[in-house]
Design a protein around this ligand. Sequence first.
Ligand code: ADP
Ligand code: ASP
Ligand code: MG
Length: 408
Amino acid sequence: MALIVQKYGGTSVGSVERIKNVAKRVAKARAEGHDVVVVVSAMSGETNRLVALAQEIQEIPDPREFDVILSTGEQVTIGLLAMALKSIGVEAKSYTGWQVALKTDNAHTKARIEDIDDAKMRADLQDGKVVIVAGFQGVSGNGDITTLGRGGSDTSAVALAAALKADECQIYTDVDGVYTTDPRVVPEARRMETVTFDEMLELASLGSKVLQIRSVEFAGKYKVRLRVLSSLTEGGDGTLITFEEDPNMERAIVSGIAFDKNQARINVRGVPDKPGIAYQILGTVADANIEVDMIIQNVGTEGTTDFSFTVPRNDYKKALEVLQALQHTIGAQEVSGDDTVCKVSIVGLGMRSHVGVASKMFRALAADSINIQMISTSEIKVSVLIDEKYMELATRVLHKEFGLDAAK
Ligand code: ADP
Ligand code: ASP
Ligand code: MG
C-alpha cells in the first residue's frame, strides 16, 4: 500500500463526464489499496474566463481581489469530484487551500508555499477517505486567499506530496508524458521515458508548461518521485523525472526544446554610465515584484549606456509604468519596449561535453532568416529572444536540426 498524490489538470476535469472518469481512476487506486490525495485544477478555460471577467473591471486587477476571484474555479472542481466519488461509493472530502491550510507568503497571484498543515489530511486518510484539495491556492499569514501563479496546481500537488512524504506524485494531464517539445507545435516530438531533474527544471523554467517550474523545484528539494501521465488514455508509464544521471547512457546533445511567449522586452536608452545605474533600474523593477530574466547592457558613446531586459509579458505595462516614472530621476533618454517577442531555448545535459552547440543553433535560425534579439546561455541551455511570429518555425527548425524528430 502506498500513499499517492494525483493531480488532474484543467482538461482532465473539463466536463462532468471527465470528472466522473477521474473519479473512476481514483477509485481504482483506492481499490488497489492505496491512500490517495487528489489535487484538481479548475475546469479548462475557467481560470481564463475569471481573468477576463476581472479585467473587464480593472485592466490591472487589484491583486488581493484578483486572487479571491481566480481561486473560485478550483473550489467548483473539488466539490464536483467529491460528489462524483461519493456517488460511486468512495468516501471523499474536499478542501480549499485555506481549509487545509496551505500557507503562503503575501505575493498575490504568484505566492510561494511556506508551510502545509497535514493534520486534517492525515486524519481523513486514516479514516479511509480520499482527500481532495483545490490546487493553485493557499492562504497568507494575514488570512487572505492567495494563488500560486498560472499552472500552480502542479506545485500544490508536489508540495502536498512532499509534506505527506507520499510515495509518488502523479501529474495527470492531456498528453501522456514529457515530450522533446510541445507535441502540439511539433507533431514529430517524442515522449521521453525519463527526463533528468536538471533538464526538467530548465524546460519548465523556459516555458514548457507541462509542469510549473515551482513544482519541479519542490520535487528536487524534497526528492519527490514525480511522474507525468495522461488522464485521457489508459495505461502507459508516462515520464518519470529522475534524480540520478545514468552514467552509461549516451546522451543526446539536446534533449528538449522549450518556447515561451510570456515575454516582453524593455529598453532603457541613454542613461549616464555610472556605478549604481543598473541597480537603480533593475532594483526598481524588482521592488515592483517583477522578475527580470535576460539582461543586456551596452556601453555607448558620450558617457551613456543602454539597457535591454526581459520581463513576463503580463508585467510589461507595470514595468514600463515604473520605469517611465523613474526616467527623469535617472536621466534616461528613452524608455520603450516590445511585447511581441518570445524566447526559444534548447536544453540538454549533453551540451556540457560538446562545443559549438550555440553556433549550430544560430546557424539553423539564420538559415531560416530568423533574427536573434538577445541570447542567454547556461551550462545546459541556450536561449534566444526572437519575434513571436517565428516561434513555431524556430522550434520546428531546431527540433529537426538537433535530431529530435521521431523517425518516420
Ligand atoms: P494541465 O491543464 O493538465 O495542467 P497544461 O496545459 O498546463 O495541462 O500542460 C499540458 C500541455 O503542455 C500539453 O497539452 C502540451 O501542449 C504542453 N507542453 C508544452 N511542452 C511540452 C512538453 N515538452 N511535453 C509535453 N507537453 C508539453
Ligand atoms: N487553474 C489554474 C490555471 O489555469 C491553475 C492550474 O490549472 O494549474 O492556471
Ligand atoms: Mg498545467
